[in-house]
Design a protein around this ligand. Structure first.
Ligand SMILES: CC(C)(COP(=O)(O)OP(=O)(O)OC[C@H]1O[C@@H](n2cnc3c(N)ncnc32)[C@H](O)[C@@H]1OP(=O)(O)O)[C@@H](O)C(=O)NCCC(=O)NCCS
Length: 173
């Protein structure tokens, strides 16, 4: 049983250890989501506290979490603080599912919910980026995202620090 819900700033503060654990486990597992290894639990907690909490409190982004059997196991964010000339667009970011809970539909459920959030905000274009060749790429394609293009050398592999390409994707709603 998967349950997806939205967290406000207080909700994030209350669930910060579980969210930090998900981010930490994903990065340790090799996910390319903005960080390099070694990556400590304290750095994972700092991401939620310093990078996510302020814009969440300012209502500039939305945070969704997925629980499986009552345990918080996945998360995604919608960045909707767009410039005046992009009021119709929002960005999907930090889709993370704990490695122990993969391939059970959590990401699919989170993406359906984040799309619903975007629609509710009146957004008609979703954008995102993902390391080329990662598991997320076929997931997004299966959910109707098209690839706008591939940018070589956009980011570094968290373990080897070799440059990796990133695929930029979009979905009109
Ligand atoms: C990408 C990620 C979020 C997928 O989460 P998940 O909960 O395992 O995904 P789901 O179970 O909802 O999978 C839905 C569909 O996506 C595709 N998919 C998911 N993982 C896949 C994989 N490893 N290989 C190929 N396709 C995959 C499949 O089509 C799958 O449907 P199926 O299981 O019926 O075949 C997860 O692997 C993850 O957290 N990775 C690390 C962080 C990351 O890279 N996030 C994306 C940042 S842009």
């Amino acid at each position: 049983m998967i349950a997806v819900r939205r967290l406000d700033a207080d909700g994030l503060a209350a669930r910060l250890p579980a969210l930090a654990d998900i981010l930490h486990a994903c990065v340790e597992d090799g996910a390319s989501v903005g960080f390099l290894l070694p990556f400590t639990a304290a750095e994972a907690a700092a991401f939620w506290r310093e990078t996510v909490l302020p814009p969440l409190a300012a209502r500039k982004r939305r945070l969704l979490v997925a629980e499986a059997q009552g345990r918080l196991a996945g998360t995604v964010q919608l960045l909707h603080d767009t410039p005046p000339n992009q009021p119709h667009r929002a960005e999907v970011a930090k889709l993370l599912v704990h490695p122990d809970h993969r391939r059970r539909g959590l990401a699919r459920a989170l993406m359906a919910a984040v799309e619903a959030e975007a629609r509710a905000l009146g957004r008609t274009l979703l954008t995102l980026d993902t390391r080329t060749g990662d598991a997320a790429e076929p997931l997004y394609a299966a959910l109707g995202f098209a690839a706008a293009g591939v940018l070589p050398g956009w980011c570094l592999d968290p373990r080897t620090r070799q440059p990796d390409a990133t695929t930029f994707m979009y979905k009109p709603l």
